[in-house]
Structure formats: C-alpha cells, structure tokens
Design a protein around this ligand. Structure first.
Ligand code: GRF
Length: 191
C-alpha cells in the first residue's frame, strides 16, 4: 500500500492534534494510507503530549527557549523534519513565528481561527469576536514567510447568533477547526 507520512507540530492543548490522530492517522483514503511519523512540541508540559500517548505516539520536545534565536530553533526543526522524510507538516496550534530557514525548506500547512486575511496573529478569536462582524470562521493555508499569509487551502465560516458570547464564538471555531484541518490533509495527500 502507498503510504504518505505527516509530521504534526503543536504547542499546547492539542485538541486539533488529537482530532487528526483520530480521523487521519493510520487510515486509508483513495488507497493511500496516511501515517503520522513525527510529533514535535515546543512546550514540555503541553497537554497534547498526553493526548498523543493514547495513540501510542511519543512526542519529541524541542523547547524554543533553549535556542539563542528563532533561526537556530528553526534549523533544529528542519533537521529533525528532514530526517523523518515526511510528505507534509501540519502546524496544529503551533504558536511560533517561523523564519525563512523553515518556510523555504518545509512544505507545511497551518490552521488559523479566522477568515484570513482578516485577523492575523495570535489573538484572532477575540479580535474577530470583538469586531462585531456577523461571520466568524477558520482558515487552513500553506505556511509562508509572512505570518498567517500563505496561499489559502480551505475556509469555512459560521454566522453570529443573537447575543452570542465569546465562549460560544470560540466553541464554533473549534468545532469547525476539527472538521477543516483533517479534510485539508486528506485532500492534499490523497486528492
Ligand atoms: C487553535 O484555535 C488554532 O487555530 C490556533 O491555536 C489553537 C490550538 O488549539 N492556532 P489546540 O491546541 O489544537 O486545542
């Protein structure tokens, strides 16, 4: 059977990581099996590390604060990822800005909790909620040198309901994230 390998990078809670492991890892689509060959986390206490263990997967911890600068950290990421020989890298809640050292060498996709190009950056959920827009949403895009700025792959929106709270807004976003990211992975790798 034809196998395509992925690496997943995450930083914290790992709900998107778990979702991918549930829906995609070791599953076959169009005769192609997707295998998660590498997990990397930059925070040693991230809950996602425990989630991965449920699937029998160990996470490699590479702490960014042990490196002198972003470039040195990115060099290490590239070295480890290249060794694993994966077809696609998934940033699933990986809260690091990546330099061209990474973005020029690695084919990666990122999940972002807004309708890009609106609300780039780390506070997209709160900022999109507070904007008063009647639509919120989620984007999956290729990773480029520009933060949250690479070519879009998939987007899905939802409508604000009357008196929607920030918690409800966030809940909708996570629900859509859990559909959209695995769909994008399957489309890219198994078309
Ligand atoms: C998600 O909202 C993702 O869009 C953002 O970080 C969050 C990660 O959540 N980049 P989790 O760690 O996957 O639960």
């Amino acid at each position: 059977m034809f196998i395509k390998k992925i690496a997943i990078l995450f930083s914290g809670n790992g709900s998107n990581l778990e979702n991918i492991l549930q829906k995609v890892h070791n599953r076959v689509f169009n005769g192609i099996k997707i295998e998660c060959a590498l997990l990397i986390c930059n925070k040693k206490d991230a809950f996602g590390i425990e989630r991965a263990k449920k699937f029998g997967l160990e996470t490699m911890i590479i702490e960014n604060n042990k490196f002198q600068n972003r470039e040195e950290f990115d060099k290490k990421l590239v070295e480890v990822i290249k060794k694993a020989n994966v077809d696609l890298v998934i940033l699933a809640g990986f809260m690091r800005i990546l330099t061209p050292i990474f973005t020029n060498r690695i084919k990666a996709i990122n999940l972002h909790p807004s309708i890009l190009p609106l609300f780039k950056g780390a506070n997209a959920i709160k900022e999109s909620f507070e904007s008063g827009m009647m639509l919120g949403g989620v984007s999956v895009h290729y990773v480029s040198e520009e933060l949250d700025g690479g070519k879009l792959i998939k987007q899905r929106a939802f409508e604000r309901t009357r008196d929607m709270s920030l918690d409800e807004w966030e809940e909708q976003i996570h629900k859509i994230e859990h559909e959209l990211l695995s769909e994008a992975i399957i489309e890219i790798l198994c078309g």
